[in-house]
Design a binder for this molecule. Structure first.
Ligand code: PEP
Ligand code: MN
Length: 348
C-alpha cells in the first residue's frame, strides 16, 4: 500500500502518517520525488485499515498495489530507465549494448587478449567471472580478488566497461570497486540479503533471472535493490529450466517484451547460458535484438576447448565478430543500432 501525501504536505503531516503506520505494526518508508512525498507501507499483510490512513492530515490518496513490486513497475515509472555508465554507454537507449568475454577470468593475459578482441569486434562491455558460483564444489571457482585486478586493467586498456558477478556480501565492495556493473547471477536472484546489500552500492546492477523464476519473481527481486536506493537495475533473461535436455536452458524470448510491458528497467539477454550451445548463441542473440532487447551478453574465449568453465557455449573470437556484424543488420531493421565501442587506448 502507498500513502500519497498532498503536494506541499508538511513534515509534521508526513511524520503523523509514519507514526500511524508504525503503530499499526508495519514499517513506513518515505519516498521523496519532484511530485512530492509518498509513504510506502512495508509488511502490510492486509491488516491495515486504509480508511484510517486516508483520514490523516495531509494525505491525498491511498494506492492499493496489485503487484508484489512497485518501483520496478511501469505504473510507478512510465518512462524507460536509461542507465549511463562512466564511459558514456547508455543502457536502455536506442543503442544496444554488447557485453562479451570469457565465463571466467583465467589469467591476466587471457582477459587482456579477449578484451582487445571483443573491443575490436564491437563490444562495449567486458564480462568475466572472478567469483564463480559453480554447481559442483570440485569445479573451478574463479581466481577471486586477483581476477578483479586483471579485469579492471583490461577494462582500462580497452575502454570497455566491466561487468562481473558478486556472490556474497563480503566481496561486494571489492567487486564494486573494480567494475562498472555488478552482476547478480541466476543462483542468487533470490538471495535477499545480498540483494539488499547490492541496493546500497552506487554501481548499476545486472540482475539475472533465476533458473526457475517467474517474471514477477524477477521484478520482485529487482524491487529489493530499488528499495535500498539503487535505481540502476538491468534485468537479464538467461534461460530457464525446461523438460528438454536438448539445450542447457530454454531461452525465454517472450520475457523481453513481457518485462518491458511490466517494467521501465532495461532488459538484456544472455544466449550463452540461455542455450549452452555455441552454434545457437548467434541466432538467439539476433532474435533477442529483433524482440527489442537493450543489451546482449555472450561468452567469448580465445581457446574454448581449453576454457576452465563453459567452453562449449563460448564463441570463438571470429564467431563473435560475425555475430556483431549480423547484429548491426538486425538492429537497423528494427530501428535500433549497436552501441559503438570506445576506442582502445594507445600503447596498451
Ligand atoms: C555468468 O554469467 O557467469 C553466470 C554464472 O550466469 P548465470 O548466473 O546466468 O548462470
Ligand atoms: Mn558461464
Amino acid at each position: 500500500m502507498l500513502v500519497v501525501m498532498r503536494c506541499g504536505a508538511t513534515d509534521r503531516q508526513i511524520q503523523g502518517v509514519v507514526q500511524a503506520i508504525t503503530e499499526l505494526g508495519c514499517e513506513a518508508r518515505q519516498l521523496h520525488s519532484a511530485q512530492g512525498t509518498t509513504v510506502n507501507v512495508v509488511g502490510n499483510d492486509e491488516r491495515i485499515d486504509s480508511a484510517r490512513l486516508a483520514s490523516l492530515d495531509g494525505v491525498q490518496d491511498i494506492i492499493h498495489l496489485s503487484q508484489p513490486y512497485q518501483q520496478a513497475s511501469r505504473d510507478w515509472h512510465p518512462v524507460d530507465t536509461v542507465i549511463t555508465l562512466p564511459n558514456g554507454l547508455k543502457i536502455g537507449s536506442d543503442a544496444i549494448a554488447i557485453a562479451a568475454g570469457p565465463c571466467s577470468v583465467e589469467g591476466e593475459q587471457q582477459i587482456l587478449e579477449v578484451a582487445h578482441a571483443v573491443q575490436e569486434a564491437g563490444a562495449t562491455l567486458l564480462r568475466g567471472g572472478a567469483f564463480k558460483p559453480r554447481t559442483s564444489p570440485h569445479s573451478f571457482q574463479g581466481l577471486g580478488a586477483r581476477a578483479l585486478e586483471y579485469l579492471a586493467r583490461a577494462g582500462e586498456a580497452t575502454g570497455l566497461a566491466v561487468v562481473t558477478e558478486a556472490v556474497d556480501p563480503e566481496t561486494v565492495d571489492a567487486v564494486a570497486e573494480h567494475s562498472d556493473i555488478v552482476q547478480i547471477g541466476a543462483r542468487n536472484m533470490q538471495n535477499f540479503s545480498l540483494l539488499k546489500r547490492i541496493g546500497r552500492i552506487k554501481n548499476p546492477v545486472l540482475l539475472k533471472r533465476g533458473i526457475a523464476a517467474t517474471i514477477t519473481e524477477l521484478l520482485s527481486s529487482a524491487e529489493y535493490i530499488l528499495m535500498e536506493g539503487n535505481a540502476n537495475v538491468i534485468l537479464c533473461e538467461r534461460g530457464i529450466r525446461s523438460f528438454d535436455p536438448g539445450t542447457r536452458n530454454l531461452l525465454d524470448l517472450s520475457a523481453i517484451p513481457r518485462i518491458q510491458q511490466a517494467s521501465h528497467l532495461p532488459v538484456m539477454v544472455d544466449p550463452s547460458h540461455g542455450t549452452g550451445i555455441r552454434d545457437l548463441v548467434t541466432p538467439m542473440a539476433l532474435a533477442a535484438i529483433a524482440a527489442g532487447v537493450d543489451g546482449v551478453m555472450v561468452e567469448v574465449h580465445p581457446d574454448p576447448d581449453e576454457a576452465l568453465s563453459d567452453g562449449v557455449q563460448s564463441l570463438y573470437p571470429e564467431q563473435f565478430a560475425e555475430m556483431v556484424r549480423r547484429a548491426q543488420q538486425v538492429a537497423s531493421a528494427v530501428g535500433r543500432r549497436i552501441a559503438s565501442p570506445a576506442p582502445a587506448k594507445l600503447g596498451s
